[in-house]
Ligand binder design. Structure first.
Ligand SMILES: Nc1ncnc2c1ncn2[C@@H]1O[C@H](COP(=O)(O)OP(=O)(O)OP(=O)(O)O)[C@@H](O)[C@H]1O
Length: 333
């Protein structure tokens, strides 16, 4: 569905100088700054896939999405979306794609939602029958009946996001680009947005590219992630694989009857492990261990704790994808 081949984008902008004098200097200077925002990226995304497109601020995500949606033209390389070169055929491409930006609405602020939908029906040339079926399906998964006659400016953020998603899907696009679609939403609305995206993907095989800094969105929706760093693709694979490669930490928290009874035990000495491989933290009634799972076994920890005191509860957690990605952003792959 989406093919990106050796695509790069370089921005050339006038050099800026600080302060008022600098601004004047800038007016008469010919000096340019070059920024390679996207550096020779390649990947393919199949029909019906849901892919997380992630990276730290300034990594090049928006620039590459803008090329895929036809807003920007690559400096070199190319991309095709459903066989169309988006920046050469913007109108044709628009019929194939839907876009949702969590940070800003694409709806008409002063119109009731129902009218917005009617205008979009005309813009995208959706037949009466398709419109009726589509609205029925979208109403079912996004539930906007109670506010369909309200003006967009009066909608809550949660209602507005559901309306934005419905508007982006009205013409049944083959590809849906979502940029921070759940930003600022409470947990219940977040969950219903995610559920709706899953249902739309399952029902219509819509290809979804999800850009977000909220990795729980990614974990809930995508099997595959593409990580961008300094304009380059540094990882393209499954979340399960990245966890396997980098998720070697595990943590266990043991709720105990008598925390004082553990005072005398030096766990680093008992397991013969340095602070780097094992971190131990005691709280009022619990003790936590954070360790490299290749060098220590949970059962050893539990039995050692139980030698000192009775155990009330045990909580085990593998490394979260958030922690792995944070490390990759900081130190690279
Ligand atoms: N029009 C432009 N002119 C010059 N430089 C630009 C332009 N647009 C983006 N850049 C630069 O290109 C780099 C990549 O920007 P981009 O917006 O693609 O990053 P991003 O990964 O989407 O970041 P964020 O998560 O903060 O939105 C940044 O260094 C940015 O300053």
């Amino acid at each position: 569905m989406i093919h990106v081949e050796n695509m790069s984008k370089e921005f050339i902008s006038p050099k800026k100088y600080p302060g008022f004098k600098g601004a004047l200097k800038g007016l008469f200077s010919n000096e340019k700054v070059r920024k390679l925002a996207v550096d020779n990226i390649s990947f393919a995304i199949a029909k019906g896939e849901m892919v997380g497109y992630i990276g730290s601020n300034g990594a090049g995500k928006s620039t590459s999405i803008k090329m895929m949606t036809g807003i920007l033209t690559p400096t070199s390389g190319k991309c095709t979306v459903n066989g169309i070169v988006p920046y050469e055929n913007r109108q044709l491409n628009a019929a194939n794609i839907g876009v949702v930006f969590g940070q800003r609405t694409q709806l008409w602020w002063d119109l009731p939602l129902s009218e917005t939908f009617s205008i979009l029906k005309e813009v995208y040339n959706v037949s009466d029958e398709d419109f009726k079926n589509r609205m029925e399906f979208l109403q079912e998964v996004l539930g906007f009946d109670s506010f369909i006659h309200s003006t967009v400016r009066t909608l809550s953020l949660g209602q507005r996001m559901r309306a934005d998603l419905a508007a982006a899907l009205l013409h049944n696009p083959k590809v849906l680009y979502l940029d921070e679609p759940t930003i600022g939403l409470d947990l219940v609305v977040k969950d219903s947005m995610r559920q709706a995206i899953k249902e739309i993907n399952a029902e219509y095989q819509t290809t979804v590219i999800l850009t977000t800094h909220d990795l729980s969105d990614i974990e809930q929706l995508c099997e595959r992630i593409i990580i961008i760093d300094e304009g380059r693709v540094i990882y393209d694979g499954t979340i399960a694989n990245i966890k396997e490669l980098y998720g070697k930490r595990r943590s266990v928290t043991v709720d105990v009857m008598d925390i004082q009874a553990l005072e005398a035990i030096d766990f680093h000495e008992v397991f013969n492990l340095s602070g780097e491989l094992l971190a131990v933290a005691k709280e009022q009634s619990s003790i936590s261990f954070d360790f490299d799972k290749n060098v220590l076994n949970i059962s050893h920890i539990i039995s050692k704790v139980m030698e000192g005191t009775a155990v009330r509860d045990i909580k085990i957690q593998d490394t979260q994808i958030t922690d792995i990605v944070k490390e990759i952003y900081k130190h690279g792959m």
